[in-house]
Design a protein around this ligand. Structure first.
Ligand code: DGL
Length: 266
């Protein structure tokens, strides 16, 4: 079991930001990644639809030998984590991307933080509710920023168009005195520098990569599941082939990536 891969999924390229952190922290591990590019963006879908996709994907990753499942998507973590835990409790452990970030925030003592994410994540109130419990003294201001995922998936990054969209969202008055901003979407670390620039690099920009990888490492160590074979092999699957996915995957993972289209909806 311990030399089996870690299963990771997202709607598209976003989860690759988490996968990259996982590889930095746990270089000896193998990954099996699923990007549900056929149903992207998840942020505009109903909770029921995201639960349906997430169930199928979790089953697929388990069929490919995953020893643990990382939900590298905030929209799916907000809508489907509880359902998946219940349904797969006898087959696997699941790790989401929201709890580790909320726990990390609990160590920071901020009085006011901003959150940006998809409509699904922001409307779920998941971060606010969990932060209220873990950091009751922290005031939270949230904003749905639905254009950012399609913008990133279309490759509009590091250019004037993306700068204008990011500025338009983040110049919202309620963000003027925040001490930290949570990137509650795993696509957003791709534009982290552009976001940070809006705040003159003066506030902490928190993404899920590090806190999630740390929790995953703790879980693998505690359960004697660290890969000790000396071999690692990463596989990537998408539900619809897009050249952009391949390009971004190559940016994150040097060399040849093993990318296949998988039709799991039949
Ligand atoms: N990267 C995902 C998230 O963290 C999904 C974004 C989307 O597909 O809308 O929410």
């Amino acid at each position: 079991m311990k030399n089996q891969p870690i299963g990771i999924f997202d709607s598209g390229v976003g989860g690759l930001t988490v996968a990259q952190s996982v590889k930095q922290v746990l270089p000896g591990e193998s990954l099996v990644y699923f990007g549900d590019t056929a149903h992207l963006p998840y942020g505009d879908k109903s909770a029921g639809a995201i639960q349906y996709y997430s169930r199928k994907i979790t089953g697929f990753l388990l069929d490919h030998g995953a020893k643990v499942i990382l939900i590298a998507c905030n929209s799916a973590s907000a809508s489907a984590f509880d359902v998946l835990k219940e349904e797969f409790r006898d087959r696997t452990a699941l790790i989401d991307v929201i709890d580790p970030v909320v726990d990390y925030l609990g160590t920071r003592n901020y009085s006011r933080v901003g959150i940006i994410g998809t409509k699904r994540t922001i409307e779920s109130g998941s971060y606010e509710n969990k932060i209220k419990v873990k950091s009751p003294g922290t005031e939270v201001v949230s904003l749905a920023t639905p254009l950012l995922v399609p913008m990133i998936e279309e490759g509009f990054v590091f250019d004037d168009i993306s700068n204008a969209i990011i500025r338009s969202y983040l110049s919202h008055a309620s963000f003027s005195d925040i001490q930290a901003l949570i990137l509650a979407c795993t696509h957003y670390p791709i534009i982290k520098n552009q976001i940070s620039k809006i705040f003159d690099f003066g506030i902490e920009i928190i993404d899920s990569g590090k806190p999630v990888s740390a929790i995953l490492k703790e879980y693998l160590e505690a359960n004697h599941l660290l890969n000790d074979s000396g071999k690692s092999d990463d596989r990537f699957f998408v539900s619809d082939y897009t050249p952009y996915f391949e390009k971004v995957a190559r940016m994150f993972f040097d060399g040849d990536i093993n990318l296949k289209k998988a039709d799991i909806w039949k």
